[in-house]
Design a protein around this ligand. Sequence first.
Ligand code: ZN
Length: 619
Amino acid sequence: MRPLVALCLTTALLPSPVLAQEAARETTAFTLSSGAPRTAEQLALRFDKADLSFRLLPESQSLEGVAVLDFTATAPTSAVVVELDAVFAIAAITVDGQAVADWSNPGGRLTIPMPHPLTAGESVSVRIAYAGRPHQAKRAPWDGGFVWTTTPDGQPWIASAVQGEGCDLFWPCVDHPQGEPEQVDLHITVPSTLSAPANGRFLGKSDNGDGTTTWNWTARQPDTYAISLNVGPYVEMAADYRSRFGNVIPLRFWRLASADPAKAQALFDEFPQMLDFYEATVGPFPFGDEKMGVVETPHLGMEHQTINAYGNGYKLDGKGYDWLLQHELAHEWFGNQLTNADWDDMWLHEGFGTYMQPLYARWLNGERAMQAELQTMRLALANRFPVVSGKPQDAGTVYDDKTGPALDLYYKGALIAHTLRLHIGDDAFYESLRRLVYGRPDPQPGNFRPRYATTPDYVAIVNEVTGRDMGWFFDAYLYQATLPDLVMTRQGRRVAHVQRVMPVRIHAGLAAAADLVKADGGERPHQRETGHQRIDEIDRVRARRPLGQDQADDRIDQAKEHVVRGLRPEILRAEPERIPQIRRGNTPHRRLRVQAACICHDMKAGHNRPPVAAGRSPA
Ligand SMILES: [Zn+2]
């Protein structure tokens, strides 16, 4: 309980005529991006704790905030630098209780000079009081910010979603993936008719006696963009879940009071199933000592740590589960427990996070359900930019399909994960996930902490787990935009030769399996060969003669070469007939090898093409 919070807010936010500075009218491009390189001052500080008090004012769509930020210097520095949207008027800044007048916030990077230079090991507490109208989302969660709306019964309904733009849209922070404070405490003051569920553990609420109530929370090392405010007329649904690791995890769902109780209950009933899948597949729920929390939001969704945003409207889309809830829950492992060290590594969040949906479909409904989901993803690939560029990127660059991989982070990332699993086998794949997510192969509740990782970190993990150099695999699929080609050479009805054009030659035919096993033997990639036939557009592939209809023409098929770009569905359909030697001649184990070589597809799939889900976009 923090009974003084409301008082602090009330007194602190009276604008100081001496210190208040004129706020900018517009949020700057700098503030709207996330992940700019950190300054030397930021790199010289450890972010110990952020204690954040907010008063939300629905009528004016504004907020008043007090942030108390604790840092410890890891190297000498003469200033604290954080980011804060310059639309806010800053009323006062103090350092260890001393007023600071000569701070500056040009364009949203707030520099606060220290009264004396900090030496390594020295701690400091910075208090910033500010107020204003936070940037409003145009299309949350993609063009994020604040959403001020009303429920169907006309009550205020407020949410924040700032993944692409960053935490500095509403609190002073280090807007970089590695800017996580060790601890964040939240004190959210709202009209007493509304609720304010938030990140972490609930520390109680206090009635301020003025028609407002303050809700208090504490969260362990949350992702910077995962801190979120959610306010509305909510009904809290609660249950406890005993996990397969023996700990008891609070399950909480804040649904709108106006939501259909039966639909909300049906969604709530999915929580334990999904948790069990993730704990069986990846490992312990990372925040079991806090909660698995979900809140109904006006926007589709977002991976807010222990308070995932859910706005999928309880839609059933034939998958047998709520994909949005399942996807956002994936980010508790891939995003919040494991955080990408840079936005360039975002596929670690979204690729693995998206692969969890087809794996869950298989968990619930079998192999064909998984294949159907994977097939939908294959049809959505762009292959215009590498999934990973290998250099630091801001969030906007990565998420814009004109400058970065955008949705390929999700679907191609998932297909790469699928291909890798088939290639190295389940044991190695899932061990690589555990090591990536927890930093150890034997996670148990309480023996790990949130961590950062890069793509090279994951490649090193896979190399270690498999005992092989898998660099060629990641070089080909993550670091170059175009997919490798699969070149099939046929003589009559017989496939004479199959070659994957990137690093490794593979041969399909009478002795296919043995050669395929050799083909994954860790060769480094050579450059893409030139001069072979390439099919760039799916329509050109479709326009070719359907492979299933050409038996009559086999007599003229002398050594016909098929080049398949990205392994199109037509080929998937045809392959069982076209490569009879492989189907007849291999054990299931060996056929897995064939699937692995046939990147991003496997040969059992594709007899029916599922429709592309209209309007479905991950978050
Ligand atoms: Zn996601």
